[in-house]
Ligand binder design. Structure first.
Ligand code: URA
Length: 191
């Protein structure tokens, strides 16, 4: 699957991206976390969540006792969408067509990984898998009734914590609380 996705031309994003960034982690895995799309670092390294958002995610997982190495981590969209700003490449949100074009890869990952708990990180992942009626702000941290896993839950994207300015500590604490619910669920639903 990873090899096939490397040549994906289902939308135009491949043209400006360095490479396809497929999910990473054990298969199967009890926990799967889904972000939006690779960022600048992920695009260069070919691995999901290895940049600043990944550092926050790893720290929060560590705090709640979920070993990141045991989780499968991926994104809805597998190519970095960006626009130039001087020498920098600025993240651009993928549109519905791009998300739709990439969705078969995520569905295949889900079918192979068969997670017990699925965590949707941010609005793009939540809209892609939970639909437009679920709001991250309103529904974060609670179980969503969806068929993808025994527990499906949404929380903020870790990069929103980096952008939270003065509210950063609170935003991080709330993120940790959401992941804590996942950790508790995993404990009480041991494999
Ligand atoms: N943001 C994401 O959504 N995914 C990554 O892999 C990195 C940053």
């Amino acid at each position: 699957m990873r090899r096939a996705s490397a040549g994906c031309r289902a939308c135009d994003l491949w043209e400006r991206a360095t490479q396809t960034v497929f999910g990473a982690g054990p298969v199967p895995a009890r926990v799967m976390l889904v972000g939006e799309q690779p960022g600048d670092r992920e695009d260069l390294e070919g691995e999901p969540f290895v940049g600043p958002a990944g550092t926050i995610l790893g720290k929060a997982l560590d705090e709640v006792g979920i070993d990141r190495e045991t989780a499968f981590v991926t994104n809805v969209v597998k190519h970095f969408k960006w626009r130039p700003s001087g020498k920098r490449r600025l993240h651009e949100r993928p549109n519905r067509t791009e998300v739709g074009a990439c969705l078969p890869w995520l569905e295949s990952e889900l079918a192979l990984v068969r997670p017990a708990a699925l965590v949707l990180l941010g609005a793009t992942a939540t809209a892609a898998l939970a639909g437009p009626d679920v709001s991250v702000t309103r529904d974060r941290g609670r179980p969503l009734s969806l068929p993808h896993a025994a527990l499906v839950t949404a929380t903020v994207h870790p990069s929103s914590i980096l952008r939270a300015g003065e509210r950063r500590d609170d935003a991080y604490a709330a993120f940790v609380r959401d992941l804590q619910s996942v950790a508790r669920w995993l404990e009480s639903n041991a494999a």
